[in-house]
Ligand binder design. Sequence first.
Ligand SMILES: NC(=O)c1ccc[n+]([C@@H]2O[C@H](COP(=O)([O-])OP(=O)(O)OC[C@H]3O[C@@H](n4cnc5c(N)ncnc54)[C@H](OP(=O)(O)O)[C@@H]3O)[C@@H](O)[C@H]2O)c1
Length: 393
Amino acid sequence: MSILVLGASGQIGAYTVQDLIEFCGEKDIIASSRKMANVKQAMDDLKISGKLKLMELDATNTAKVLETIKKEKVESVINCAWYQTNLGVMDACLKGGATYTDLGGFFDTCLKQIDLHKKWKDAGINATVGLGSTPGMTNVAGAAGAKRLDSVENIDIVCAWGNTLPVKEAGWPGYSIRTVLDEFTQESVQWINGKYEKQPILGGETEVTMPDPIGKVKAYFIKHSEPATMGKYLKAKRVTFRIGFPASDMNTFLTLRGLGFADAKPLDPYNISPLDYLTRMYQKGVEAGRGAPPKEKFEYDMFRVDCTGTKDGMPRTVTYFIVTWNDPARGVSSARDTSVPPAIVAHWQHTKKIKDSGVFPAEATVDPEAFFKELGKRKILVDEQITSATKYY
Ligand SMILES: NC(=O)c1ccc[n+]([C@@H]2O[C@H](COP(=O)([O-])OP(=O)(O)OC[C@H]3O[C@@H](n4cnc5c(N)ncnc54)[C@H](OP(=O)(O)O)[C@@H]3O)[C@@H](O)[C@H]2O)c1
C-alpha cells in the first residue's frame, strides 16, 4: 500500500520523499522521474536510496501511471513534476482509486482540476491540489485567518526571499525556472471585488514590510492559483498574490526574458528550444547544489498573509508570517518549505485524516493548526498576529 512520488528528481520532489520517510514515517514509497539515473542520483544525494523503490515513470504517460498504481497497490500519489502533467496524472489516480496532491496548477490548470470535483466526489476519493509553499502554506494561512473572522474582506499574500551574502549576485531560482519564466511572461489574474480581474505582468507595485532581514520590499502581482480559489472558498472580496523579488533576481529574470529564454520553440539550427536548454542547465545546478549543501544558514524564504475583515462587528486583521531558512540536511529554504506540505497532506490522505471526497484546494481540507505544528517540527516557522479594535463609547 504505497505512496508514489512523480518528479522525485526535482528541486522539490527529492525533499518530499525525504520528508515522507524521516518525518511522516511512511515506509512504502516509490520515487520516480522520467530518467532512472536522475532519480537515483537525487536519492543518493539525500542518502535515502536503500529505503524505497526507484522507478522510471513519465507523468505524461497516463496509462503507465495507472498501470503502476494498480500493480504497486498505490494508495496516494504526489505529483512533483511540472504542473502541465497535473490533469493526466489526476485521470490515472481517479481510474486507479488513489488520492492525489501536487505543487499547484498555476491558475488555469488549477481551475481545470477543481472542475473535476463532481467526478472525484462520485468516486469517493480525495484530491487536495496546490500544496507547496505558495500555493499551499499561504492558502492554509488564509483559511486560518478566515476562521478568526466573522466575515472576510481581503486576503493579500506576499512571497519574498533573499540571502545574507555580502555580494548580491543573482540568487539561484528557488523553484522551476520554467515557472519563473511563465510568471514573467503571462498576465496575472487577481480576485478583486468578488471576481477575476486580469492585471498587467508585474503590475500592482506595492511596498510591503516583511520580517528581518528583508524589511521593506517592492512587490508585484504575479500569476498564481491562490486568487483562483481562495476568494470563492473563503468568501473574501479580494485575494491578491504578489512577489517581492530581491533586486538582483528580478534583473536576472528580466534579462532571461529579454534574451528570449522563455521561448519554447526549437532554435534553428539546434534541435532544442531556449527554454529547454535553460531548464537543463538549471537541473544540472540543482543536482550540484543538492550534492554539496552549504553548512551555514545564509538564505531564507518568507511569506506574509494579511486577512482583514470583521469580528463581533469590529474591524480585525489577522496576519501570518512564515519564515524558513536553508538547512544543511534539508536543502535550500524554498525546497524545504515547498516539499514538506505535499508530504504532510499525502500522509494525511493516506492515514485518512483528510478523507473528503472530491477535488479541493488546500484552504478547504487542511486543518490549519495541526498543519502549522507539523511545519514547526521542520523549523518552518509560522507566526500569527491579530490586530483588533475596541470602542469606548
Ligand atoms: N506551490 C509552490 O510553492 C511551488 C514552489 C516551487 C515549485 N512549484 C511547482 O512545482 C513543479 C516542480 O518544481 P521544481 O522546482 O521541483 O522543478 P524542477 O526542479 O524542474 O523539477 C521537476 C522534476 O520533474 C521531473 N519531470 C519533468 N517532467 C516529468 C514527467 N513528464 N514525468 C515525470 N517527471 C517529470 C524532472 O525530472 P526528470 O528530468 O528526471 O524527469 C524534474 O526534475 C513546477 O511546476 C513548479 O511550478 C510549486
